[in-house]
Design a protein around this ligand. Structure first.
Ligand code: AMP
Length: 444
């Protein structure tokens, strides 16, 4: 199959050729004709599958071929993204695809001054990429009108809900014209996402390009069991041993990111960190420097987990496992993209066994464990498998207390594996629901 056979116009074919896209990826092969035909979409597509072009390319074609010229402060298509980084990245891709078209594109997000964004919107923009909060601000300040909107794209919709944007999405939904095309992309489909889809989509075509909740098989994954207090030491050891050149590292908390970056920098290692507490410009600079290999190790919280496209990223390290098992898929999706191979290593301590179990159950695989010599944990990580069972070894009979105490084990912090939601076998049909309610707002 070729892009030309999907009915794309010449300026788009030229842009794709320049980018070296020779054949459509599976999500593109399905999404492009459906979007061109005006259908609503509910697409399950993993990161790195080429989903951005899957919605942006046909959208650009529709906007070029039909519809009136954009008027002042209006937009004709809106792409909503969960994070500023993703908004920047999606916009960069859209702008590249639109290179030979007479269309205007722009991205707006929080954390930067709103005034230049208001100025830019004055003349109207054909395609606007936005994060939900800033979009609402602009709308409330009358800098943006949505009555000309033809198409709405929800990119990484699951992430938007995870980040607590359900209220913002409900507000945006009320601002939209009833007659429009809506495309919803999500790596995973929770019940909340189905609810959102039921509300926002009209007779959608369901597209699923890869088995749900299964990490890309181009990523080699394994686990190194280790005691919590020795994780940083193990990381440095593995990094030196494996001569790692460019690694994206995920830590659970902002403090965790800062602590690891400090430690690495203290050892003379070229590391930087990104998390939600840092100003947008600092985050973007760190990311750009990492992309251009000026920074070797980028430590991030899950803010950076989804959507970031870093070309040929060879390795992702989970310094801490994610609390939400689905984030594991997103994190490791930063490597092994567009057919490349990658490695994803998780440093797992005994406290994290239930998270490990939830990940194995979700991805339907038992992750290989590789013990690192001299780092064997004192606190054993109990065995796990894809059934969601944590195999607890029979307790040894208690030794009589002599003096002092044994090490404290803290396994009670995470949900019991029995509480982990079961994996649904396949995509359910989209259900229409009367009320827009995607559950309680979670903390960012
Ligand atoms: P995405 O899933 O949209 O973030 O895309 C992942 C990566 O695949 C990006 O670097 C795209 O530039 C690249 N890509 C998307 N479509 C194609 C294609 N048809 N051929 C080659 N690379 C592609």
């Amino acid at each position: 199959m070729t892009f030309a056979s999907l009915g794309l116009i010449e300026p788009l074919l030229r842009a794709l050729e320049t980018l070296g896209y020779q054949t459509p990826t599976p999500v593109q092969a399905q999404a492009i004709p459906a979007v061109l035909a005006g259908r609503d979409l509910m697409a399950a597509a993993q990161t790195g599958t080429g989903k951005t072009a899957g919605f942006a390319v046909p959208l650009l074609q529709l906007l070029t071929m039909e519809g009136p010229k954009v008027t002042a402060n209006s937009v004709r298509a809106l792409i909503l993204c969960p994070t500023r980084e993703l908004a920047e990245q999606v916009h960069a891709s859209v702008a590249r695809y639109a290179e030979h078209l007479p269309l205007t594109t722009y991205a707006v997000y929080g954390g930067v001054s709103i005034n230049p964004q208001m100025m830019k919107l004055r003349k109207g923009v054909d395609i606007l990429v936005a994060t939900p909060g800033r979009l609402i601000d602009l709308f409330r300040q009358n800098a943006l009108k949505l009555n000309q909107l033809q198409t709405l794209v929800l990119d990484e919709a699951d992430r938007m809900l995870d980040l607590g944007f359900s209220e913002e999405l409900a507000n945006i939904y009320r601002m939209l014209p009833k007659k429009r095309q809506t495309l919803l992309f999500s790596a995973t489909f929770s019940d909340d996402i189905r609810l959102l889809a039921g509300q926002m989509l009209n007779d959608p075509l369901s597209i699923e390009v890869s088995p749900r909740n299964v990490a890309a098989n181009t990523v080699k994954q394994w686990v190194v069991p280790v005691d919590k207090k020795r994780k940083a030491e193990l990381f440095v050891h593995l990094m030196r041993k494996g001569k790692w050149k460019q690694v994206l590292v995920f830590a659970k908390t902002r403090n965790g990111v800062d602590a690891l970056v400090d430690k690495l920098q203290g050892l003379g290692i070229n590391a930087d960190g990104i998390h939600g507490d840092k100003p947008q410009a600092t985050r973007q600079r760190a990311l750009d420097r990492f992309k251009s290999s000026d920074v070797q190790i980028l430590v991030a919280t899950d803010v950076a987990a989804r959507g970031l496209d870093i070309e040929d990223l060879p390795m992702v390290v989970n310094f801490d496992l994610p609390i939400v098992a689905e984030d594991y898929i997103h994190r490791i999706g930063r490597t092994g993209r567009a057919g490349n191979t990658g490695e994803a290593i998780s440093l797992v301590c005994a406290d994290e066994v239930n998270m490990l179990s939830a990940i194995e159950m979700l991805t339907r695989q038992t992750l290989t464990r590789k013990m690192e010599q001299d780092f064997e944990p004192e606190h054993r990580v109990p065995d796990t498998d894809a059934s969601g069972q944590v195999v607890k070894k029979p307790k040894k009979p208690k030794k009589p207390k002599v003096s002092g105490g044994g090490g404290k084990r803290n396994l009670g912090k995470w949900v019991d594996s029995g509480e982990v939601a079961p994996v649904e076998p396949s995509i359910k049909p989209v259900r229409k629901v009367p009320v827009f309610n995607t559950g309680p707002r979670k903390k960012k």
